[in-house]
Design a protein. Structure first.
Length: 654
């Protein structure tokens, strides 16, 4: 019988003699030890759609698609595959623990003999270990896996991520991110310490380098708090303080969780994040309560500490967490991928008994297909499974704790973006969260970031955490305080918080309404920047609003009074400003829409008129030319005048 142990030991002993570029040749030289003539490494690319060969001694190999090849079937199903038309070869999954790296192609005259499976697996395990240990010393593995140039923001995020999949006998955690070459704001982390698995999923505001810089701070603060020994609540407070200290005005939504793998008790803080789903027996049971805290970075708007919800999992339960890029992905017809489609997809995958990593891979492929492979936002999903091999009686201790359970009933969240609770009263059986003890532990005080500079006292936004009904414009006006900080809008029952815009955006928002107002007054119209505009149960805050009458003395205006609404396109909200808001304004019957685009710092203005329920172009101009508007009033400007620019050679006097 062939023994793969000798080949595995030989690989480990000789791997240190060469660099990462020589791994393929080293593995090929181990082939005779298991009766093979060649062994070729194939690595999964970043999108997990192709298997790319690591060039070896056996001649060139073609790239293979995961969806339509036997090699791909070995990768997705985690089983050895044989090809009837190639009886001299077999395909073996390349795994490190439960993380899928690719496959091995083993060429052997005895490939059809099942006795070769065991030594093939032994060699594959050794190759995976050597590959992971040696790949950090060179770039060959990274270059092979990249089929497109990776943006610097994505480079930052991928450099911080743990392995996409981790498994023990009783736990599986797996995640996936897209667009993998341009991700910037989504990030996750996990760690198993003793019996406690800690998990963090974060979605930072914005895109690109700024978002990845914030993501880097958030995940580093999370790791620091966890490694210092802070509990879940103090961890959330610490991250919040770091964000406010280093990135004032920005925020990150988050799910912070701890699972005791001995008892199955899950504690989770939802900081303004889309809700996590509990799946049991192949079905979505319910959304876990949330939010239980404001987004990280906005904690100064509340006087309450974050609150952890507690859930007692059943053996075999799974938790699905995701960022809004999953549910908000839109097709050509504008239809969102949505929560119902997400739940249906995962339930079908579970009933097909797919491995958890394969479920995540197929989910992201489905989201990409829904939006024609062009995501407008980072899309991340994370799957956690608890399957204990035994269930000790310790998991019943909390049922007889003296004094019973104190706390408040958690609200429900099933939405996207920053949400206040939706769905009304919690159904019977939802766990009750214990209120955290007042004060901060000495260890927490030592690990916390320095407090940001004192700010004027602001009204509390605690109601965002405790309100249990869908939000309406009137409720927001009645219950939420006025603020000069981030925008607070209402859409489809949810409260949406948008951070301060960039400097260029603010420059245009200062100059353009002022200039428009002077021209509009001659036509008997009024122009305002950023007013509360009520549309049924929704409330928008457009960057520019032209009204038929004065808004003086009012906190909000009905959208029916708007003659023209304008949006200044922000990089982080491009789809909203270019597609979503014009569609919503057109549906409300607003006669004109003005769009200001600042891409590449070349200002451009475009005016649209509502014709047959759609906005049609009326006038447009870019910097260096004159934008002329005849309706709803006369106005002309060179868009270049909207940005703050110093004259050549000017500057601060010495």
């Amino acid at each position: 019988m062939v023994d793969g142990g000798d080949a595995a030991r030989w690989l480990h002993l000789n791997a240190t003699r060469g660099g990462p570029d020589e791994l393929s040749l080293l593995v090929s030289r181990a082939a005779p030890a298991i009766g093979a003539t060649d062994i070729v490494i194939y690595l999964a690319d970043y999108t997990q759609s192709s298997l790319v060969p690591l060039a070896g001694a056996g001649g060139p190999r073609d790239e293979l698609t995961i969806e339509t090849t036997l090699a791909g079937r070995a990768f997705t199903g985690l089983q050895v595959q044989r090809a009837p038309d190639h009886p001299d070869r077999l395909w073996v999954p390349l795994l490190l623990g439960c993380e899928r790296l690719g496959v091995l192609e083993i060429v052997s005259p005895g490939a059809g003999d099942p006795a070769l499976d065991r030594p093939a697996w032994e060699v594959a395990v050794a190759v995976a270990q050597v590959l992971v240990n040696r790949r950090l010393y060179g770039d060959v593995v990274e270059r092979i896996r990249r089929r497109l140039p990776m943006q610097v923001a994505a480079e930052t995020v991928w450099g911080l991520l743990p392995p996409l999949t981790f498994a023990t006998d009783d736990l599986v955690i797996t995640a996936i991110l897209e667009p993998c070459y341009d991700v910037g704001g989504d990030i996750f982390d996990y760690a198993l310490n003793g019996d406690v698995l800690s998990v963090g999923l974060f979605d930072t505001c914005g895109h690109g380098i700024k978002a990845s810089a914030l993501a880097s701070l958030v995940v580093s603060a999370y790791r620091n708090a966890r490694r210092t020994g802070l509990d879940l609540v103090d961890t959330a407070i610490s991250i919040d303080r770091w964000v406010r200290s280093e990135h004032p005005g920005l925020f990150a939504t988050a799910l912070l969780a701890e699972l005791d793998r001995r008892t199955g008790v899950l504690r989770i803080i939802n900081a303004g994040h889309p809700g996590a789903m509990l799946l049991r027996d192949g079905k979505a049971v319910r959304a876990l309560p949330g939010p239980t805290a404001l987004p990280l970075g906005l904690g100064n708007l509340s006087t309450r500490r974050p609150r952890a919800h507690e859930e007692a999992l059943h053996p075999g339960d799974r938790i699905l967490a995701y960022t809004d890029g999953i549910t908000d992905a839109r097709g050509d017809d504008g239809e969102r991928f949505g929560l119902d489609r997400l739940v249906d997809f995962v339930e079908r995958a579970l009933n097909e008994r797919l491995p958890s990593p394969e479920t995540m891979r197929r989910l992201v492929r489905a989201v990409l297909a829904h939006q024609q492979d062009q995501l407008d936002d980072d899309a991340t999903a994370l799957f956690l499974e608890w399957q204990p091999s035994h269930l000790p009686l310790g998991h019943l201790e909390h049922l007889t704790a003296p004094g019973g359970i104190d706390g408040v009933q958690a609200g429900r969240s099933d939405g996207h973006r920053v949400r206040a609770g939706r769905g009304g009263a919690a159904p019977l059986g939802w766990a009750v969260a214990r209120l955290p003890a007042e004060g901060v532990s000495p260890m927490a005080q030592a690990a916390f970031a320095p407090e940001p500079a004192p700010q004027p006292a602001e009204p509390s936004f605690d109601v965002l955490r405790w309100h249990d009904e869908p939000w309406t414009a009137q409720l927001a006006l009645d219950l939420l305080p006025e603020t000069n900080g981030p925008k607070v809008e209402v859409l489809s029952g949810s409260v949406i918080v948008t951070p301060h815009a960039g400097i260029d955006h603010q420059s245009v928002e200062r100059e353009l309404p002022y200039l428009l107002h002077r021209a509009a007054r001659r036509a008997g119209l009024w122009v305002y920047p950023e007013i509360n505009l009520v549309c049924g149960k929704d409330m928008f805050i457009p960057d520019i609003a032209v009204l038929r009458s004065s808004g003086g003395g009012r906190s909000a205006v009905d959208i029916g009074e708007a003659v023209l609404l304008g949006e200044i396109v922000s990089p982080g909200n491009r789809r909203k400003d270019v597609i979503d808001r014009p569609r919503e304004y057109a549906a409300a019957g607003v006669p004109y829409f003005l769009r200001v685009d600042l891409r590449n710092r070349v200002p451009a203005l475009a005016l649209y008129e509502l014709i047959d329920a759609e906005y049609r172009p009326l006038s447009a101009a870019a910097a260096g030319t004159t934008f002329v508007m005849r309706q709803p009033f006369e106005f002309a400007i060179d868009p270049a005048d909207l940005l703050d620019e110093e004259a050549p050679g000017s500057g601060t006097p010495a």
